[in-house]
Design a protein around this ligand. Structure first.
Ligand SMILES: [Zn+2]
Ligand SMILES: [Zn+2]
Length: 426
């Protein structure tokens, strides 16, 4: 296999890794990465399934479907094996082909950097993400307050049969509820949650470091061959950089193993670094992949509602949208800040279920929100807001974006990071 074939293969591997890494990220929902991810996850399997049903009555896809369903819905180490195979192969080729050319200090450093992904992967696979059990359930209820925007008190997990703590989510693959669930990660065959975000982050950092280091050292080895062509006393500044790049590329082609490792680690390092930055950003913003998906839904609703113009007369019903108010009349003061339902009994129920005292969290919500549904979403009984905001002069303002909305779970980057490193500190 020449470098051209290797480059095509590396391109395909990098593109698949990119889609597998970033496809599920809510912020990329409306980008080609999100479209391709959903195409492979939903559209294509459904198309194949319905075509096969029409042609053979589903005979071919019957067994394929089972294995596809297994890969998509069961806990399995296929992607972990793929990862270990990829990095072990890459490290093996690098060690056999390029290691001997490295300077002594890098010959010492390289094995350490190569070991880190294995150690951190092991820790991430075997760490408990924060499984909620009947034993620790009451403690889990005290970790986070309900924000009444993304999480409401009183919802029950039908599988685990307990009231869901704020920020928790049931993982349908692991069949358990996870405290501060981020996402189920196929790269570590485990959930990422309250107790193992640090291990997951260490794994991402170790992988990024390995790939950057691999690209850097392969480039260094290729550069040594390029420099060996230049007479020792010839001033390098006199070589036009375009010529230098041409010589460099031709050496990369002449050293197919080092060249492949350079290209593979360079391309995949961009992905690994991008994904690491995304997870650092989530910590900075005090949120999780799961929560950012819920915030994206809010954002989509706000954007969609903005197509309804504001009413021209003050007596006209308010247009659909999310409304925000910073204060409420004293008779409503016992209601928890957050989203108020159109149904007063529902608000009272929320207030009753809220156990403010025992929650160990330094921040409490202060703003109130109301949602005026789209006319087509209001059912015939007039449930939903149906164009009415909660009574009284609350100074409701229609949101044009999520900026004024408070995120109860964001304590500032330093405190958020501290919670990731020591989840149990208060
Ligand atoms: Zn559950
Ligand atoms: Zn899981």
């Amino acid at each position: 296999m020449g470098l051209r074939e290797a480059a095509i293969l590396i391109g395909i591997v990098s593109a698949s890794v990119c889609i597998a890494l970033f496809g599920h990220i809510p912020a990329l929902r409306h980008t080609p990465i999100g479209y391709i991810y959903r195409f492979f996850k939903r559209t294509l399997p459904h198309a194949i399934l319905s075509t096969d049903k029409r042609l053979t009555g589903g005979a071919i896809t019957g067994c394929l479907y089972d294995s596809g369903m297994f890969l998509a819905t069961e806990k399995h180490p296929v992607i972990v094996i793929f990862y270990v195979f990829l990095i072990t192969g890459g490290i093996g080729v690098f060690m056999l082909d390029s290691y001997a050319f490295l300077p002594a200090r890098h010959q010492l450093l390289a094995p350490l950097i190569c070991l880190l992904p294995y150690i951190t992967l092991y820790k991430a696979i075997y760490s408990d993400p924060g499984t909620i059990t009947p034993t620790n359930h009451s403690a889990a209820m005290t970790h986070y307050p309900f924000d009444h925007m993304l999480f409401f008190p009183g919802t029950t997990c039908r599988t685990c049969r307990f009231v869901k703590p704020a920020r928790s989510k049931h993982c349908s693959i692991c069949r358990r509820c996870i405290s501060k669930m981020d996402h189920h990660c196929v790269w570590i065959n485990n959930c990422v949650g309250r107790n193992n975000t640090l291990h997951f982050l260490a794994f991402l950092l170790a992988t990024s470091l390995l790939l950057i280091y691999g690209a850097w050292q392969s480039a260094w080895v290729i550069t040594q061959f390029v420099n060996s062509e230049i007479p020792p006393n010839y001033p390098k500044e006199l070589i036009p950089w375009t010529d230098y790049i041409t010589i460099w590329t031709s050496w990369m082609l002449d050293l197919p193993y080092t060249g492949s490792i350079f290209l593979l680690s360079l391309l995949t390092s961009l992905l690994a670094v991008g994904f690491t930055c995304y997870h650092l950003y989530l910590i900075y913003a005090g949120t999780t992949t799961n929560e950012s998906s819920k915030w994206s839904d809010w954002s989509d609703d706000i954007r969609a509602s903005l197509s309804y113009p504001s009413p021209t007369s003050p007596s006209a019903p308010p247009p659909p949208g999310i409304y925000i108010a910073t204060k409420v009349p004293p008779e409503y003061a016992h209601l928890p800040p957050g989203l108020l339902s159109g149904n007063m009994a529902e608000n009272e129920r929320s207030a009753r279920l809220e156990d403010k005292g025992s929650v160990n969290w330094p921040k409490r919500g202060e703003k109130y929100y109301a949602r005026v549904e789209f006319p087509e979403e209001t059912d015939e009984r007039g449930e939903g807001w149906g164009g009415v905001l909660p009574k009284g002069e609350w100074g409701w303002e229609r949101l044009e974006g999520l900026e004024p909305v408070e995120n109860l779970y964001d304590l500032g980057f330093g405190a958020n990071l501290k919670k990731v490193i020591w989840p149990d500190t208060v």
